[in-house]
Ligand binder design. Structure first.
Ligand code: ATP
Ligand code: MG
Length: 391
């Protein structure tokens, strides 16, 4: 196991800079996820860590060793790709054992058998060992691919969207299995995905990439509850965060954000923070759909919103409404909002985000509870990994 560190790493393909000046540290034993939209440089970053691509600039370290110019085979890593490419003419057993035959170390046939069986047991595919890949389901094939990566205990696992070819149900099942396996093995893992739920549920920490650049690195809870800029805020969360623009107005010791069609009183704790940061008059107000509550009466801490559409989804309703000429989403209890199209309602934000002119998070209003349901906080599991590593 190892720490993986990137320092000032960039990669250009001709005129395209696919990865720009990336600094990252993946801690020993950590499950680290690279998350971002298509084309943001995730695969390129992973391929550089693997040694399949040489950085145009910068240095890659495994622990304290500079591996930038090492070949993939010298790096002691295992990769799992989206297209898991099992050898069709080999049985599951032969597929699993194949990396051992490539190893520089000579494995005896007894060792190969016992290793193969150990991995098969771990992944619960023992009864599939003598089958050929074409006779397995997608999920079973994916397990074989994982098993092939796990048959040696490498310094690090590198995984590029390994679950994206599976159907939704299997993907969720494999997700928890991956997590369980990581907990058990504690091997440093760098995992690429564009799926935020997958990232949230698997990661100890997430690195959000856009346009080849690191936007934010943090625990799932951190990137969700304190997104550093409006791009991340709009990327993480579904439906995404709503944004309104306004000017800060001061009167009688109170501060308001005023648009053309709203005037919202800023909570006092936020005012302090905005003053401390000397935030300019122009602010972008961010509000997550789930933090908006439909209330009976308009007030200083509500917005007037005109209902455009109502989508009941069973557990909740999503209202699309217009505030100050912008469309926003409101996630509410499945009350009877049908027939309200065209009506103006009052909505109260329980939590607000303030972004300054430079598009940096200036402050967040304190919300009651501050619970992030979509996220399983994994600090405990990092601790477990560390403990396992000590013994
Ligand atoms: N071998 C290559 N030659 C030229 N351009 C490349 C090459 N590999 C990647 N790129 C470009 O670099 C950028 C980043 O690509 P990359 O494959 O790393 O993105 P990604 O985040 O993995 O996207 P996806 O989610 O679609 O897999 C893209 O603009 C891509 O077109
Ligand atoms: Mg990719």
């Amino acid at each position: 196991m190892a720490q993986v560190r990137l320092e000032g790493v960039s990669k250009s393909f001709g005129d395209i800079e696919a990865v720009s000046d990336v600094d990252l540290t993946v801690e020993d034993g950590e499950f680290f996820v690279l998350l971002g939209p298509s084309g943001c440089g995730k695969t390129t970053t992973l391929r550089m860590i693997a040694g399949l691509e040489r950085p145009s600039e910068g240095t890659i370290y495994f622990d304290d060793a500079d591996v930038t110019d090492d070949e993939p085979a010298e790096r002691d890593i295992s990769m799992v790709f989206q297209n898991y490419a099992l050898y069709p003419h080999k049985t599951v057993r032969e597929n699993l054992a194949f990396p051992l035959s490539l190893s520089r170390r000579d494995y005896s046939s007894e060792e190969i058998d016992s290793e193969t069986e150990r991995v098969a047991e771990l992944l619960e595919i023992t009864d599939q060992l003598d089958k050929h890949p074409k006779n397995l389901s997608g999920g079973q094939q994916q397990r074989v691919a994982l098993g092939r990566a796990m048959i040696r205990e490498p310094m690090a696992f590198l995984m590029d969207e390994p679950l994206s070819n599976l159907d939704a149900k299997l993907r969720i099942q494999m997700r928890s299995e991956l997590k369980r396996l990581h907990r058990k093995l504690g091997v440093t893992t760098v995992y690429v995905t564009h799926d935020q739920t997958e990232a949230m549920s698997l990661a100890d920490r997430i690195c959000v990439l856009n346009d080849g650049r690191v936007q934010q690195v943090g625990t799932p809870h951190e990137v969700f509850s304190r997104p550093r800029n409006t791009w991340i805020a709009g990327f993480i969360g579904d439906p995404p965060m709503n944004f309104l623009h306004g000017l800060l107005e001061r009167s009688d010791g109170e501060v308001f954000v005023a648009g053309d069609a709203f005037r919202y009183r800023v909570p006092p704790d936020v005012v302090e923070e905005l003053d401390a940061r000397e935030v300019a008059e122009d602010v972008t107000l961010g509000i997550r759909p789930r933090d908006l509550e439909v209330v009976e009466d308009p007030g200083q801490d509500t917005f007037p919103a005109t209902v455009l559409t109502v989508e009941p989804t069973g557990e909740r309703s999503i209202l699309t409404a217009e505030v100050d000429g912008r469309e926003i989403k409101i996630e509410t209890e499945p009350r009877e909002f049908m027939g309200m199209q065209g009506e103006t309602i009052s909505v109260h934000p329980q939590k607000t985000y303030y972004y300054d002119e430079a598009d940096q998070l200036a402050t967040v209003s304190s919300a009651e509870g501050d619970v992030v349901e979509a996220v399983e906080v994994t600090d405990k599991h990092v601790e477990e990994v560390r403990k396992d590593g000590d013994t």
